[in-house]
Design a protein around this ligand. Structure first.
Ligand code: NAD
Length: 459
């Protein structure tokens, strides 16, 4: 059992802290946000992640985890301090390391025993060397402090599971002492460990994330071409997925990646490459494709409709992916302002993310448009002229083709997540546009009636 402190209680820090406690370590989670700390002390998680709150309560009751803003007390007697603070994007695309620097200095000025500082946040290659130097510059007491890299690979929406059953633990160290200590901390997890040097560990994180972003952009690029040449990206993806070298995951075309990681990590790696005089063409392309992809459906709808002004627009899904309340870089954040600017009357539904979205776009008039938050997909669709699907929540996937036809004033659907079969939507009498697949042709009233008649005869 080790005394572990964790700096930052976001998706990475809090989940790591709770999982270390679950494995028997004594954990102190530190955050600068007092409201968050109070919430956590009362057993409530400030973020939504499956099973997180239950494990917080269980380990708090067992005395294995606590939450504080008192970083001095937390860092002075820690065997290891894990840093999980944010590394957001600067305007020029580089990673903002100011939060890391603050924690590094707080550790240096307060640590009173030998301590391993473990950087979990995603940081550009070479940052850990600088953190170690920075700590040694500010170190007050005569103790050994080393820095290790331990990048995090969890996915939001399954963060607790991904941590407890991680595919691998990557540890980057520069001494046997640091390597052994980190291995011992992770021993109870019983997971494969990849031990490398610090710079390689830092690069493994970027190379992994950017590879996934590249895979998404590649499929989206192919999807756009599919539309032009009459192929269907879903069939194409299925055909590709049988090849082990390609794999079956991350082949879904859609309106681009969002979230707190892919967008900033692609830009940060490109920035690092440029700083080193290297042109990282593949990642540049992934970024470009994603930028265009996010508003693809809005552009399609704008071509199809004379105006969006005064139209009732159903928006299904606000978060960047299902299973999370996180909105960072979500396609909804790109599209909703465009719709509002056109004067749309938006009815938005998201199972978890609406409260966070309302902090950015409060209910009521917004610019030329209006936004109303509703508590189910059907309420959003009622009498709508057009529908946009931005997130593949189960609750949104469950809306049947017939429901669009039945509820909407004009069943015109732009699906950014390819949730429905084109044929079924056509059969239901819905005009359906998705990504990389033939659009459901505009169905005339007569044709729709005929289809309904045929399908009721069949049924
Ligand atoms: P987050 O923004 O959700 O949380 C960061 C937390 O750090 C906040 O609660 C903030 O109040 C706190 N903080 C800021 N300064 C602090 C200080 N001096 N002391 C203590 N707490 C402080 O961030 P996140 O999404 O958990 O990401 C953290 C890092 O992990 C980033 O580098 C990110 O790229 C990386 N990462 C994130 C994910 C993910 O899915 N979110 C996955 C892998 C890696």
């Amino acid at each position: 059992m080790f005394n572990i402190s964790v700096a930052g209680t976001g998706y990475v820090g809090l989940v790591a802290g709770v999982c270390f406690a679950e494995m028997g370590h004594k954990v102190t989670c530190v955050d600068i946000d007092n409201t968050k700390v109070k919430l956590m002390q009362s057993g409530v998680s400030p973020i939504y992640e499956k099973n997180l709150e239950e494990l917080m309560q269980k380990n708090y009751a067992a005395g294995r985890i606590d939450y504080t803003t008192d970083f001095k007390a937390a860092y002075k007697a820690a065997d290891a301090v894990f840093i999980g603070v944010g590394t957001p994007e600067n305007k020029d695309g580089s990673a903002n390391l100011s939060f890391i620097a603050t924690v590094a200095r707080q550790i240096a000025e307060n640590v009173e025993q030998d301590c391993l500082v473990v950087v979990k946040s995603t940081v550009p290659v070479g940052t850990n060397d600088k953190v170690e130097q920075f700590i040694s510059d500010f170190l007050v007491n005569d103790v050994r402090v080393e820095v290790a890299s331990n990048p995090e690979f969890l996915a939001q929406g399954s963060a607790v599971h991904d941590t407890l059953y991680a595919k691998r633990i990557v540890i980057g160290t520069e001494s046997e002492w640091a390597e052994n200590l980190l291995k011992d901390i992770y021993k109870p997890f019983n997971l494969p460990v990849v031990a490398v040097n610090r710079r390689s560990a830092e690069m493994i994180k970027y190379a992994s994330n950017d590879f996934l972003a590249l895979k998404i952009s590649y499929m989206n690029d192919i999807a756009n071409l599919c539309e032009l040449v009459g192929a269907d990206i879903q069939d194409v993806a299925e055909g590709m997925s049988f090849d082990d070298r390609i794999g079956s995951k991350f082949l879904n075309a859609g309106i681009g990646y969002g979230g707190s990681c892919f967008p900033k990590d692609t830009k940060a790696l490109e920035y690092l490459a440029t700083q080193n005089g290297y042109d990282l063409k593949t990642i540049k392309a992934a970024i470009d494709v994603n930028k265009d992809q996010k508003t693809l459906l809005y552009k399609k709808a704008s071509k199809r409709l004379i105006t969006l002004n005064g139209l009732k627009v159903a928006v299904l899904g606000l978060t960047f992916k299902p299973g999370t309340d996180d909105l960072r870089e979500a396609p909804s954040l790109e599209n909703v302002p465009l719709l509002l600017e056109q004067g749309a009357d938006i009815y938005a539904y998201d199972p978890i993310g609406a409260d966070n979205f309302a902090k950015v776009y409060p209910e009521g008039p917004n610019g030329k448009g209006n936004i109303t938050y509703v508590t189910n997909a059907e309420a959003a669709l009622q009498d709508a002229n057009v529908c946009f699907i931005f997130t593949e929540w189960g609750e949104i996937r469950a809306v049947q083709p017939e429901a669009f036809k039945l509820l909407m004033r004009t069943p015109l659907v732009y699906d950014g997540r390819n949730l429905h079969e084109v044929e079924q939507m056509v059969d239901a009498g819905v005009e359906y546009h998705s990504v990389g697949r033939p659009s459901a042709k505009r169905v005339s009233r007569e044709e729709a009636r005929e289809r309904e008649l045929q399908s009721s005869k069949r049924g």
